[in-house]
Design a protein around this ligand. Structure first.
Ligand code: ADP
Length: 247
């Protein structure tokens, strides 16, 4: 890959939590303006990759580059502001309305004027009248739409989504998958999406990165995984994911 086209580069990045190796030294290049889906069995290190990128955890070795700038203690705060991050349960503040949740960071930075909340609500198909409700007064799908609005509020160059639809029931999940696809196409941001669902990875991802036990097993498209599996695990993983049949 041409480095100039890579929005995010991990080079020899490893991470352990006490005695657990979460990531073996790993190289990953995330292309700009595309959706990269990180997939693999639970515990294979997917979330750790995102937590490293947002600076929630530090790598034990290696280098992380975001938009051509190395992620180190001094650059962390500024780089963090170029990233929108959504976690599985949305991580909304329960005591703040949807509107306040979306505006919070912008208010703290004195950048409220940059946030067009009506446009965000329209983009994420969130009903305007629900902006003044608290998270507990929303459905699970609506909460994730608020989390998405919050992540997009300050126009990040990169969106990091950690199982954003993981807690939703299948019908709502399908709705949001469709909407996410449209949102990705409209905003044209670099997206890293963590999922454990190959159907979702193939539907939303331009590229799929399959991980196992802290390592990358294969990168490419679903078709490449099916036609040229890098190792038997790839085929086993696909077989275990029955939703793939429906694609
Ligand atoms: P995934 O997102 O693929 O499910 P994670 O990145 O969350 O995987 O976790 C990778 C490994 O690191 C797992 O074995 C997990 O149990 C372990 N792990 C993650 N976070 C911690 C932590 N804070 N303390 C100890 N072990 C952790």
């Amino acid at each position: 890959m041409n480095y100039a086209l890579a929005m995010i580069v991990l080079s020899g990045v490893s991470k352990r939590y006490e005695s657990t190796v979460a990531l073996h030294p790993l190289d990953l290049e995330v292309p700009a303006g595309k959706v990269t889906a990180l997939i693999g069995p639970s515990g294979c290190g997917k979330s750790t990759v995102l937590r490293l990128l947002v600076g929630l955890v530090e790598p034990d070795s290696g280098e992380i580059w975001i938009h051509g700038e190395r992620l180190v203690t001094e650059s962390k705060r500024n780089l963090r502001r170029t990233l929108g991050y959504v976690i599985q349960d949305g991580g909304l503040f329960p005591h703040l309305t949807s509107r306040k949740n979306v505006m919070l960071m912008a208010e703290q930075l004195g950048r409220e004027k940059e946030v067009d909340i009506d446009a965000l609500a329209s983009l994420t198909q969130f009903p305007l009248e629900a902006l003044d409700r608290f998270p507990l007064e929303l459905s699970g799908g609506q909460r994730q739409r608020v989390a998405l609005m919050r992540a997009l509020a300050l126009q990040p160059t990169t969106l990091l989504l950690d199982e954003p639809l993981g807690a939703l029931d299948p019908l709502i999940r399908a709705d949001l998958q469709r909407d996410l696809k449209e949102i990705f196409a409209r905003v044209k941001q670099t997206v890293v999406l963590v999922t454990h669902d190959m159907g979702e990875a193939a539907y939303l991802g331009d590229r799929i990165v399959l991980m196992r036990e802290g390592q990358i097993v294969q990168q490419g498209t679903l078709k490449e995984f099916q036609e040229q599996p890098a190792e038997p695990f790839v085929t086993e993983f696909l077989r275990a994911q029955r939703t793939v049949v429906a694609i």
